[in-house]
Design a protein around this ligand. Structure first.
Ligand SMILES: [Fe+2]
Ligand SMILES: [Fe+2]
Length: 319
């Protein structure tokens, strides 16, 4: 009986790769953009997000932890790129790797800068790197692939929310923090289907896909908010004795978790849409937003224009 149960459990996770061919050539190619921002600690606005320190600290915490998520995406994408046959999907994976590598680099520069503001970067880097090293990076490759697709789903939902709420980035004069997040959101939306397509082409098992989603959910909406809530304790515990702090914290929680219009609160339906068996990231069409932002941010006077260095698109290599 035990053997039967084990067998049944394993069969639940049997690969079920996509049978039909996807025409990857019909998709837009993805450029890798280099930016040079040069953050200066004392000039980073700790109330950047809608004049709210608590919500800004949430995003700073996300900035610290997501560099490890990006490293996992890079490692996993590299491993699976070698298993792919379609040369255009391989090219898209190279773009994903390139974009994530530069995200990780620039977020690390931002994270270095916020040390000056008393943010516990060293402690959180220690916790984040060990958590990923001893837990997530130890997973077998199929689970890592599913986790990568799950993480990318969250960043896609976050990116879509931010693209629909452009004004939220303009409460502050801090043009560098604005450039970091707007560039990152633009690219997360641009490559949102790559990890998912790789997962469907190479594995496609539904139960495994949902396992990766659950792990991403637990990390992004459990561990990160919990870690963010502890930052004031390490940074300026005396501030926690003031009414102003708790007023700011209450508003910050709403900005992130309110079901009405909070970043993650109002997008739970879209987050859980991932559970649909026939889900695909492009079911949520963001192409118009992408066009608008590429045009607006990168051209003269745009938020990314002063920091833009160069861009290139990886070549399609013969299979
Ligand atoms: Fe990223
Ligand atoms: Fe991404």
């Amino acid at each position: 009986m035990i053997a039967n149960t084990v067998k049944k459990t394993f069969s639940l996770f049997k690969p079920n790769p996509l049978a039909e061919q996807i025409d990857f050539a019909s998709k837009d190619s993805i450029p890798i953009r280099h930016l040079a921002i040069g953050f200066e600690g004392e000039k980073v606005d700790l109330s950047f997000y809608m004049n709210n320190q608590f919500a800004t600290i949430f995003f700073a915490t996300l900035s610290v932890f997501l560099t490890y998520g990006e490293d996992l995406v890079i490692e996993t994408a590299r491993h699976h790129r070698d298993l792919l046959k379609d040369p255009i999907l391989k090219q898209r994976v190279t773009s994903l790797i390139g974009q994530e590598a530069i995200h990780s680099k620039l977020h690390n520069e931002f994270n270095d800068a916020i040390v000056e503001l008393g943010y516990p970067v060293t402690l959180y880097r220690f916790l984040g790197s060990n958590f990923f090293k001893y837990i997530f990076l130890q997973f077998p490759q199929p689970l890592k692939l599913s986790l990568m697709a799950g993480i990318e789903h969250f960043t896609a939902v976050l990116a879509e929310y931010m693209m629909k709420h452009e004004q939220n980035f303009y409460f502050s004069e801090d043009a560098k923090t604005r450039a970091l997040w707007m560039w990152h959101m633009l690219e997360e939306s641009e490559h949102k289907d790559v990890a998912y397509d790789v997962y469907e082409v190479l594995n496609g098992n539904y139960a495994l896909r949902i396992s990766g989603f659950a792990l991403a959910y637990f990390t992004i909406l459990g561990l990160i908010p919990f870690s963010a809530s502890l930052v004031p304790v390490f940074r300026k515990p005396q501030e926690m004795l003031t009414a102003k702090f708790w007023k700011d914290a209450k508003r910050g929680v709403k900005l992130i978790f309110s079901p009405k219009d909070g970043v993650f609160g109002s997008t739970q339906g879209q987050i859980f849409d991932y559970l649909r068996k026939d889900f695909h990231p492009n079911d949520h069409d963001t192409s118009k937003y992408l066009e608008y932002y590429k045009q607006k941010l990168l051209s003269e006077g745009g938020a990314l224009h002063p920091f833009f260095v160069k861009e290139f698109t990886p070549k399609v290599q013969a299979a």
